[in-house]
Design a protein around this ligand. Sequence first.
Ligand code: 5U1
Length: 759
Amino acid sequence: MKPSKAIFAEVIRLRGEIEQHNHRYYVLDEPSVPDAEYDRLMRRLREIEAEYPELVTPDSPSQRVGGSAISAFGEIRHAVPMLSLDNCFDGGELADFDRRVRARLGKDGDVDYSAEPKLDGLAVSLRYEQGQLVQGATRGDGSTGEDVTHNVRTIPSIPLKLRGSGWPDVLEVRGEVVMPKAGFEKLNALARERGEKTFVNPRNAAAGSLRQLDPRITAQRPLAMYCYAIGEVRGGEMPDRHSAVLVRLAEWGFKVSPEVRVVRGVQGCTAFHEDIGRRRAELPMDIDGVVFKVDSRAQQTELGFVARAPRWAIAYKFPAQEELTEVQAVEFQVGRTGAITPVARLKPVFVGGVTVSNATLHNMDEVERKDVHVGDTVIVRRAGDVIPEVVRVLPERRPATAQAVVLPEVCPVCGSAVVRPDGEAVARCSGGLFCAAQRKEAIKHFAGRRAMDIEGLGDKLVDQLVEQELVRDPADLFALTVDQIAGLDRMGRKSAENLVAALNASKQTTLARFLFALGVMGIGETLAQALADHFRDVHALLEVRLEDLIGGEGVVGIGPKSAQAIVEYMNRYVAAPGDALADDTMLNADVLGALNIPQLTATRADALAARFPTWGALKRVQVEDLVGGGTRVAGIGAVLAEQIVGFFAQRHNREIIERLLQAGVTWAVSTPNADSGAQPLAGITLVLTGTLVGISRNEAKDALQALGAKVAGSVSRNTRFVIAGAEAGSKLTKAENLGVTVLDQAGLETLLRGEIPGT
Ligand code: 5U1
């Protein structure tokens, strides 16, 4: 049957709406509708396209899921070569570059530069003809690259069709395909969970994902493309400043780094390099430096090229984040929950701007997977403030004397047995709080900034307190006297008095912080907040039963994120051409395992099969069928529920909690969602940025949340206020660009009084 006009119109409307949501979500980082609404639109589009295949077009958003695999990559000759960049590594070399530019241009004054982060990914060129994506190619040797059209089409931030109008007939857009750090961590966590090989870093993950013959694999990888240049342009004009070109590309639907600025002269470049360098670890993706480009395109032409690099651009690199060194020993550290972590003692090496002599090896599975031996030469990576890690071994450099790493049978601190249940990666000391290492870590966690926030109680002090047996558990802290503390190493009377005062001050806290501070295994800040909101009182938790936490209609163990991933997978699978399972296929963990559904561990697969026994029942599953009922407290599944119930049932933990309450630990009883009278900021979304005076960002966040505000991590059109302290950076700029009201310290104080500025 031919599609009716109404169907035709609906398809056009659905595609427009979906592309608009894609653009908001993947390019602007500003989600505009709930995921369920997006899924509904996509489902409807797929339904119509399945019924009327003649309506399917290559630029339909349904076509991003990845078509069939190719047998080999074709070659593509770049119409305009893809250039590389000259590098510099210090201020002197940067000044030399600027001098050369000015000399060639015969310019005395400062030159304007476009300043951009140098993303660590894979350079790619996209070709658009009449606004339609027709080709994607890797850089290759700069003249010829590989044809990755089938894969770039699956990257949601790459427009299949240009937005707006006025594009040239032919337009090549160049940029970097990257894997954001968060996506990389998730991908590797999943690989670890499944016992698969992990990627060594986000760049390799991005490159590996793009160089896949099967686009369905690429489609599942969290890739993004940031554009920074143009190649061939025919049948149209581009602006005469590079910065304006980037603005134009953004208007046509490309993602451009929000960090790009125009800076003046070498001083502007240096300030930009320092600013980004300071924020490098906080950026959502790895960068290995910054790039400066002469902003005037006429001047770029005047400057020209030398060999394969332009004279008008330079990369100012950051210190390398990966270096080679040697494993001199592997020792085992005992953490708060008894987890035994192998740590490589390294020959000291300068990496990521500091000297590194230790690197985590995570667990014994990781040691085995990476095949680390004492004596090996390894690549060590230190990215930002993240704990350095061994990325991989260079087996060709292994000496004959290299020794295998063996998990000790007893805890290196307390001598209790080390247990490692079958199939688990983590080995644990069975000593519990008998083990001094676990006691120290539990108390450090309790005192931490995000927990009870006991100022002045640093790690070294905790070590002494435990070693001298002044403190065995967190409740003992509140019985410490000035005399006891003043007797410790490097502690004068004044510091001891300050610490006692800080201990007293910390007693006034929030229930969420208190629960987090107790250190229940698996309970981070978010879940502690969810428990606090749900139970409101620690006494309710002391009586908590499994059925208070889980046991509704959904699937135990599946939270909102996993549900989303599973549903997206189902939709893709159902839409993909080729063999499908028969509707009456009975499901079990093996059948589901063979489908390689993301986030579906064996436990979750069992639970899923129990709730949806056949493929026919499962394939139409919705997010809301999976979450909600299965867990009564958001984010808490079966395993965590058991841990929570177990923790509060233990006599020892109950005693500590009672003693903490007797010592005067207390919090205002909040009624977060029910009593909007006590929530004057309910419904208001805020973002905090920069350094505040007299209050940390965490403290401000807690206080604002207690008043009902939602404190978000990034600025969008839904943000009501951005509170900007000193040295606020990109969030402030984004707020200004979006026209979001920016408040200063005085505005924050108004909010903290429960008043809304400007009303
Ligand atoms: N941000 C940015 N990265 N990057 C890499 N700009 C930029 N420009 C490049 C390269 C290779 O080359 C230009 C010469 C277009």
